[in-house]
Design a protein around this ligand. Structure first.
Ligand code: TXA
Ligand code: MG
Length: 320
């Protein structure tokens, strides 16, 4: 199969109407999208991504009107967040309606729903007669793609089309929040919306930390977002001494390390939003460099720093 990359929404629509799955841009990361109501399309998503079927998919729609038929209830706090933060990098776990196939939710009564803000994809969703199920467009366990070319590099030949919407502006996946406890909602995955913004709007939330022990808890697989080279987190100067015998690459927040050939800074301007935007692209670049190990450091624990640190520690989990 030949994989085309274009900015043509009509072509994207044609493929999706035929039941094909395609790459789509979102403001967080690129998605691997198919008709959320079509079981054959859903099955293709799982097989192309090599994803276990117990790991459910996020359903993307264009507006609150698009969400309503997909769920049976939206709790007060979910409504407040939706009004203020959607379209945007936040995913809501809500009780599913009968329209949602079992395969989307892996048998759960809750469906994950997101209204993405990327203009091309929002436009596409408005013209389609169905919502789009889409996981991040990377092979299962690898780094999420933030450009059409990242998707092409890993999925060429497996999908017919990638809608090119440029570089993802946020750069890390959406924040996932559930409302099973209506008074204190749970953040299942830290992501593109800073925690502070959520608590400002709805008060306290539980934040689930990652675990390796129960792969059935969605979004909680610890070894995730992983480069193929060993990825070690800590104090970079110390790590450089300890790994002096190896060819090291460095991924730092702002600091330049003299004498290191393969190094990237996440944010020379010091902004955590810049760091998030660069994170996955930089991890990919260093992973492809002729080096043996990537040394990295945690970022400040505030704003998007929490979600970035979560991705860094998951990337490192494979090596520890
Ligand atoms: O930013 C994003 O959320 C991107 C873009 C493409 O929208 N999507 C994304 O999808 O990151 P994915 O599949 O890579 O990650 C979605 C996470 C998974 O860890 C999955 O287990 C969890 O959401 N999830 C999906 N449906 C769920 C459900 N019904 N209950 C609990 N967790 C769910
Ligand atoms: Mg993913």
């Amino acid at each position: 199969m030949k994989t085309i990359i274009k900015q043509d929404i009509n072509l994207a629509k044609e493929f999706l109407l035929q039941g094909e799955i395609i790459g789509i841009p979102t403001e967080t990361v690129y998605g691997l999208a198919g008709n959320a109501f079509n079981t054959a399309s859903l099955a293709t998503i799982f097989s192309v991504k090599n994803r276990p079927v117990f790991d459910p998919l996020i359903v993307h729609t264009h507006s609150l009107e698009g969400v309503l038929p997909l769920v049976t209830h939206i709790s007060e706090k979910a409504k407040i967040l939706m009004e203020h933060l959607s379209p945007g990098p936040i995913t809501f776990l809500l009780p599913k309606s009968g329209l949602i196939p079992e395969l989307v939710t892996a048998g759960s009564d809750l469906v994950a729903i997101r209204i993405p803000s990327h203009p091309l994809t929002l436009e596409l969703l408005k013209t389609l007669p169905f919502p789009l199920a889409a996981p991040s467009a990377n092979p299962f366990g690898y780094i999420s793609p933030t450009t059409a070319h990242h998707v092409f590099d890993q999925l060429q030949g497996k999908i017919p089309y990638i809608l090119d919407g440029g570089r993802s502006d946020i750069g890390i996946e959406s924040t996932i929040i559930g409302f099973e406890d209506a008074s204190t909602p749970t953040i299942y995955r830290l992501g593109g919306i800073a925690l502070e913004k959520i608590t400002e709007l709805i008060g306290n939330v539980h934040v689930l930390s990652c675990s390796t022990s129960n792969p059935k808890t969605p979004g909680q697989l610890k070894s995730h977002y992983a480069p193929s080279k060993p990825f070690i987190l800590g104090n970079i100067s110390n790590l450089l001494v300890q790994n002096g015998h190896k060819k090291c690459a460095v991924l730092s927040f702002q600091t330049h390390f003299p004498g290191i050939d393969h190094q990237l800074q996440l944010a020379t301007d010091g902004f955590l939003t810049t760091a998030a935007r660069n994170l996955f692209a930089h991890m990919r670049t260093l992973d492809q460099a002729p080096i043996e190990v990537i040394l990295a450091e945690y970022l400040p624990c505030e704003g998007l720093g929490l979600a970035i640190n979560d991705r860094l520690s998951r990337a490192a989990a494979k090596s520890s």
